[in-house]
Write a protein that binds this ligand. Structure first.
Ligand SMILES: CC(C)(COP(=O)(O)OP(=O)(O)OC[C@H]1O[C@@H](n2cnc3c(N)ncnc32)[C@H](O)[C@@H]1OP(=O)(O)O)[C@@H](O)C(=O)NCCC(=O)NCCS
Length: 148
């Protein structure tokens, strides 16, 4: 597991204060710019997910959710890096570290829905586009997959 200086990778327990901090980061980075709030349905399945994040002195800097699909497959969701820390390598390190952990858990295939604006970010991490462009939360998206 990677730990750069005081930045640590942790899993936030569903319903905990750390989970609430991740939810707020996701709301600010992913929802607010689109004028969206959480709906009940958005969070309904999260109890079964892993909420992973980079933490520095008690504050979450970046996070991503892991949804378990069964048969060695997972979906990464809700990838968000705090605005003042974007473009500094944290997002790539988070996905890389999470993929390493998932590989150790027997996961063989990771999928996600990438906003069109960040397809290049995931390609650098080994993901490939599968299928056609589609719309989600009003934005163009591509389904992507990565074998680990
Ligand atoms: C997209 C996001 C998760 C990337 O995390 P980050 O910490 O900013 O990215 P990193 O600095 O780790 O970048 C890793 C590499 O990907 C590249 N990259 C980052 N964002 C990119 C983008 N939008 N398009 C293409 N390449 C990108 C970087 O240049 C870097 O390349 P390098 O290794 O050659 O230097 C982050 O910027 C973010 O939260 N954005 C807003 C929310 C969002 O769009 N989330 C994704 C929803 S699918």
């Amino acid at each position: 597991m990677w730990s750069g200086g005081v930045v640590e990778l942790c899993r936030a327990e569903f319903g905990s204060g750390d989970y609430a901090a991740c939810l707020e980061l996701r709301r600010v980075v992913l929802r607010e710019p689109l004028g969206l709030e959480w709906s009940e349905g958005d969070l309904a399945l999260e109890e079964e997910e892993w909420q992973m994040g980079w933490w520095e002195e008690g504050e979450v800097l970046a996070c991503v959710s892991v949804r378990w699909l069964g048969a060695g497959r997972v979906k990464l969701r809700q990838m968000a890096v705090r605005g003042d820390r974007q473009g500094k390598g944290l997002g790539g390190l988070l996905v890389g570290a999470v993929l390493e952990i998932l590989g150790g858990e027997g996961v063989a295939e990771v999928e996600l829905h990438a906003r069109e604006s960040v397809v290049g970010f995931y390609e650098k991490l080994g993901f490939e586009i599968v299928g056609e462009r589609f719309e989600e939360v009003g934005l163009a998206h591509w389904a992507m997959k990565h074998q680990i």
